[in-house]
Design a protein around this ligand. Structure first.
Ligand code: GLN
Length: 309
């Protein structure tokens, strides 16, 4: 009998209620500190485009670090393995904004999903497109295409708020520049990074946008190839090992899916060959990952038996 995903989502929604106020919204970006706790949404998208949702699935939130999956996809498509001269693919075992490891590893970030790695990726895209505004437009258009929403945009207030408190990310970029691993203007590149982090999406759009990664780089609905199967495999591998920073091991242990989190409280995940999933709940655990979002995904893989292991 086919699984009743709607019923499973409804059960998760009920069970997660007592958890929703646990954790803390990201307050190091003041504009995000205003987001109300207690909100929750979850969406599953299948290969034929069937969508199952529960909660505030039409409510847009700041995707933050989930955008790093999309910029990594674009940069990997352009540079292939040349990219790995500038950024590694090992878990960092450190918080997402850590400076120490970058110093003793000579300005080469461990992976594209910690902040230093993602800022390097944005810098590499600016080098390719020769202009930060053009780069942002390419990133936005890519996300508009894969999400099926041609009007997606970013929140300038969130981006500005992050820049006002952006000393740590600017420090990461300057440190990389001091090691020769940065090509463009630091302020402009970091601002472009803040802008793509400030893109707003709801779980239906986010889930839709991850579908190509669940199906080997090809969107199963339109048939469009966004990246090669080999590259999609690598992106999923890096999501599994690095997508939740220093909690990536724990996430693999409890959930068992390639996934990427953001401090806006979103998590996007793929079940290869089956579906993509997005969940959102703004209160974070101590690693900066959505507390209830993580739990909801754990419940989902437990109830459905779907995981890559
Ligand atoms: N824009 C955020 C930052 O640079 C992204 C962090 C995150 O989502 N983990 O700190």
């Amino acid at each position: 009998m086919p699984m009743n995903y709607q019923q499973i989502l409804n059960e998760i929604y009920e069970e997660i209620q007592p958890e929703l106020l646990r954790g803390k919204v990201a307050d190091y970006i003041p504009a995000l500190a205003e987001v109300e706790k207690g909100q929750f949404a979850m969406t599953v998208t299948l290969a034929d485009g069937t969508v199952y949702s529960v909660g505030d699935s039409k409510k847009a939130f700041s995707i933050q670090s989930i955008s790093k999956v999309f910029t990594f996809t674009l940069a990997l498509d352009i540079y292939s393995k040349e990219l790995y001269k500038r950024v590694g693919v090992e878990p960092s075992g450190n918080p997402f904004n850590s400076l120490v490891q970058l110093e003793y590893e000579n300005g080469i970030p461990r992976n594209p999903f910690i902040n230093a790695g993602a800022i390097t990726i944005t810098d590499s895209l600016i080098s390719y497109y020769k202009d930060e505004y053009k780069t942002l437009e390419v990133i936005m258009n890519f996300i508009r295409e894969i999400s099926g929403n041609p009007t997606l945009s970013f929140d300038q207030v969130v981006a500005n708020s992050e820049m006002e408190h952006g000393d740590r990310n600017l420090a990461l970029a300057r440190l990389m520049k001091s090691f020769g691993n940065f090509e463009n203007d630091v302020l402009g590149s970091v601002m472009t990074y803040f802008k793509h982090c400030a893109i707003t999406m709801n779980t239906e759009e986010l889930s839709r946008s991850m579908l190509f990664l669940a199906f080997g780089g090809t969107d199963p609905i339109s048939g469009k190839v966004f990246v090669s199967t080999r590259k999609a495999k690598r992106i999923n591998a890096v999501m599994l090992t690095c997508g939740h920073y220093d909690a990536s091991g724990e996430f693999a242990f409890h959930v068992g899916l390639p996934a990427k989190s953001g401090v806006g409280g979103g998590i996007a995940a793929v079940v290869p060959g089956v579906m993509s999933i997005a969940v959102w709940s703004p209160a974070l655990n101590k690693y900066g990952n959505s507390h209830s979002g993580t739990l909801a995904l754990e419940k989902f893989t437990t109830k459905t038996g779907l995981s890559i292991f």
